[in-house]
Design a protein around this ligand. Structure first.
Ligand code: PLP
Length: 342
């Protein structure tokens, strides 16, 4: 894959599941925005244009229409909007391995009567039944890198009339996904979408949009934001933009630039590259091939050995977690293997 000149990471960055690295155009545009801010030479509208640009790229990436995409700042805040709108007698089914941003928004609803059924991820599909209101899962698990059986989950949810919400924060950017298969797909862009923290997206199906109260609505949830600064009446956007929260501008300047670079390279190409490198690493560690860009396993004293060799990876749930993304090279993988073999 030709990413020459776009990224220049230190050798051995295998930690995109923690945070992704920005391509050069992203840094340039954020730096420009920061100098504009320093001197006051422009109006914020110039930065704000990035929100619509990023939203358009995201819609294309996940194969949906822009009108179904709401912008936000974090996964938990966007899922929280959905969670707060469930009826008091709702039943939510969620895997116990979930990252808390897709667990706590549901668990806090227990105070008002919502029942949250927590099961091992491997038993999620069979835990869905006619009492289920909503199933929530990550497309790719944060700690293990396991790719969820989205076909099975979507079939089970459809069969029982349940809503399906997917946290794609560890997936969007390397795993091709079609958002319209789900009622909600949420992705924070600071990992695999190589953006600054603070720019996240949520796609919403028409039936879910009907049910979600825009609890965080402000001027940015209006149909015409400039005409919504002051006074009643409530005038919300008819589409998913009514679930938007006002943007952290500089994060969006970066996100628009990064999404443009990723769109140019193409998700299929990134997918092939990332999984091939992860499988090279797996082979070197004596594991079978898998379908993930994340490799997670227990290795004795790995943190010290990797740190000594200048390799960045994470420790999650007692296991070492490596992630391979578009700036990862075979040299990075081989260096990690060498560090661990010593
Ligand atoms: C699966 C998953 N979702 C969400 C997040 C981030 O959550 P938030 O955007 O609420 O900070 C992470 C961070 O590691 C994650 O792994």
């Amino acid at each position: 894959m030709d990413t020459a000149g776009l990224w220049q990471p230190d050798l051995g960055y295998l930690d995109t599941a923690n945070y992704g690295l920005p391509p050069r155009p992203t840094l340039e545009r954020v730096r420009t925005a920061l100098s504009q801010w320093e001197t006051g030479e422009t109006s914020w509208e110039v930065w704000d244009e990035s929100v619509a640009i990023a939203r358009g790229h995201f819609a294309e990436l996940v194969g949906t229409d822009e009108s179904r995409v709401a912008v936000g700042s974090t996964t938990s805040e966007q899922l929280g909007l959905v969670a707060a709108s469930l009826p008091d007698d709702a039943v939510v089914v969620v895997p116990e391995e979930e990252f808390s941003s897709n667990l706590f928004p549901w668990l806090v609803q227990e105070q008002r009567g919502v029942k949250v059924v927590v099961v091992p991820a491997s038993r999620l599909a069979e835990a869905i039944d006619s009492s289920t209101t909503l199933v929530a899962t990550s497309a790719v698990q944060s700690a293990s890198g396991d790719v969820a059986p989205l076909d099975d989950l979507s079939a089970a949810a459809r069969h029982h009339g349940a809503l399906l919400a997917v946290d794609a924060t560890q997936a969007c950017g390397w795993l091709p996904l079609r958002a319209d298969r789900f009622d909600a797909l949420v992705a924070h862009s600071y990992k695999w979408l190589c953006s600054p923290r603070g720019a996240s997206f949520m796609t919403v199906s028409p039936r879910l949009l009907d049910r979600v109260r825009p609890n965080a609505a402000g001027w940015y949830a209006a149909e015409h934001t400039h005409a919504a600064y002051y006074g009643p009446p409530l005038r919300l956007s008819p589409d998913a933009r009514r679930l938007a929260t006002s943007p952290a501008w500089f994060s969006w300047v970066g996100a628009a630039a990064s999404l443009e670079v990723l769109a140019h390279i193409g998700i299929e190409e990134i997918h092939r590259h990332d999984v091939a490198l992860a499988n090279r690493l797996r082979a070197g560690l004596g594991l079978e091939d898998s379908n993930s860009a994340i490799v997670s396993l227990e290795i004795e004293k790995s943190a010290e050995r990797l740190e000594r060799a200048g390799i960045r990876a994470s420790t999650r749930a007692g296991r070492t977690r490596f992630s391979c993304h578009l700036y990862t090279t075979t040299a990075d993988v081989d260096r990690a293997l060498e560090a661990l073999s010593g």
